[in-house]
Design a protein around this ligand. Structure first.
Ligand code: EPZ
Length: 421
């Protein structure tokens, strides 16, 4: 079993390039199935979630290869619209292939993505959107079968701005007959990035980033391969800024887009950290003894992102005062708090709310990641704990962060990945 050993208690110093956005790369790789031809994807992060998505692309009949960090996908050949259970269970967000497979092949066979570490992950909004475009769905013993002889453009009113449901609707609309209007759409930067890829692939689309997205379906054979550079990962940026806020020191992150995470920057400024944003850069300076910010309430974009809640919480464990978190997006996103308490954190959770009372000191401990961003929170906390912490469950962290130990080393931390007995 791999263990990430982090020696905490010292300020960070250095600079780090922020990776391409996982939550942009995954839907764009799925979208390449709707495009017949070769797509060239730059700045795609090296993550296990991306590797799993590549396995799915190959399984359904795409050719995928890498050359000097650039990912090539050739989806010219006929597509096999079926994702095996094993690959669906490895990556629940592969539900995003639904829209692309329907658009390309007129059908999709997937297993229910099921719940995940964050709680139940229903897909009713995805199904509702696809049905609104003429898809028929059938649930056979855990397998979801979607079929659509013809996808008809129409109006899709999302009851909740679900990121995945918005993306599936966009991908189905890309080759539907006529115009589709998606209202109450998710507004995340990753949605805009997906729209930009679709436009490059020959689809007429507009409005992404706002709550109303317009897509005019391009007929068969008119959605072609496209070149695209994935945007920077705003949650990775929030994670490394949180690491410095908690441990103290001064770091600069680059190849980042600060306007994609203004709510996180606002909370970090409230803690007393010095933050300076430039062209693709953010510099943060922290004494390591920060102040508790105003309550942190997670919301759909442009509100405070749920994915940044765990790492920002970890940065505030020794803050002066008490911080209140309210997690409105996922039911079970406080699993990292049990592990943080092993380091001496004073955290009380009740339903959606977590109360963090700042403590004087954190002590290193052996802790286990239970999910991706919770694992990142353990690394952030270990950096400001005295002693050598050991983090296991690295498969969760590797899903969303390129080589966490190398990144922390680049920021002047002592971090090493060992094979543990
Ligand atoms: C995306 O998940 C991200 N994943 C998540 O990041 C992120 O936390 C989430 O958006 C919110 O920003 C990817 O992009 C691959 P949602 P997604 O549909 O699309 C409920 C990470 O750590 N819901 O906006 O699944 C759902 O249960 C991951 O990188 C329904 O009820 O998020 C949740 O409570 C974690 N029915 C809420 O909406 C549905 O049909 C938000 O889900 C769909 C969602």
């Amino acid at each position: 079993m791999s263990v990430l050993e982090i020696t905490g208690g010292r300020p960070l110093k250095g600079m780090i390039r922020i990776q391409g956005a996982k939550n942009s790369a995954l839907p764009i790789l799925a979208a390449s199935v709707a495009a017949e031809g070769v797509s060239v994807i730059r700045n795609c992060p090296e993550l296990t979630d991306v590797e799993t998505t590549i396995k799915i692309l190959r399984h359904i009949g795409c050719e995928v290869w890498k050359d000097e960090g650039v990912l090539y996908i050739d989806s010219s050949r006929p597509i096999r619209p079926e994702i095996p259970d094993m690959l669906m269970s490895e990556l629940r967000s592969s539900v995003i292939f639904l829209g692309a497979l329907l658009a390309r092949a007129g059908e999709a066979w997937i297993s229910h993505p099921g719940g995940c570490e964050l709680g139940p992950r229903p897909i009713d909004l995805h199904i509702g959107a696809l049905r609104a475009m003429g898809a028929e769905t059938d649930d056979r013993g855990g397998r979801l079968i979607c079929r659509a002889r013809r996808l008809e453009g129409g109006r899709i009113d999302l009851p909740f701005p679900s990121v995945g449901a918005t993306e599936n609707a966009m991908l189905a609309a890309a080759r539907a007959d006529g115009m589709t209007v998606i209202t109450n759409a998710a507004r995340e930067p990753e949605i805009e990035d997906l729209q930009n890829y679709l436009i490059a692939a020959g689809v007429r689309a507009a409005g992404a980033g706002s709550s109303v997205i317009y897509i005019c379906g391009a007929g068969k054979g008119r959605v072609h391969g496209a070149e695209h550079r994935v945007i920077s990962d705003r949650i990775a940026a929030a994670t490394f800024l949180s690491a410095c806020a908690g441990a103290g020191g001064e770091i600069t992150i680059y190849d980042t887009e600060p306007k994609h995470y203004t709510a996180v920057l606002r909370s970090l400024r409230e803690t007393g950290c010095e933050l300076e944003t430039g062209e693709g850069t953010v510099r943060i300076k922290s004494s390591g003894r920060v102040k508790a910010p105003r309550p942190v309430t997670t919301k759909p974009y442009p509100g405070f992102p749920t994915d940044a809640q765990p790492p920002v919480m970890a940065a505030l464990l020794k803050a002066e005062g008490t911080t209140v978190f309210v997690e409105n997006i996922f039911q079970n996103r406080y699993r990292h708090t049990d592990e943080l308490r092993l380091m001496g954190a004073d955290i009380k959770t009740e339903g959606k709310t977590a109360i963090i009372c700042g403590v004087k000191k954190l002590t290193a401990a052996r802790v286990k990641a239970a999910d991706l961003r919770g694992g990142a929170a353990l690394a952030v906390a270990a950096l400001s704990a005295e002693g050598v912490s050991e983090i296991t469950g690295l498969k969760h962290i590797d899903r969303g962060y390129e080589c966490m130990e190398r990144s922390l080393e680049e920021l002047g931390a002592e971090a090493v990945r060992l094979e543990d007995g």
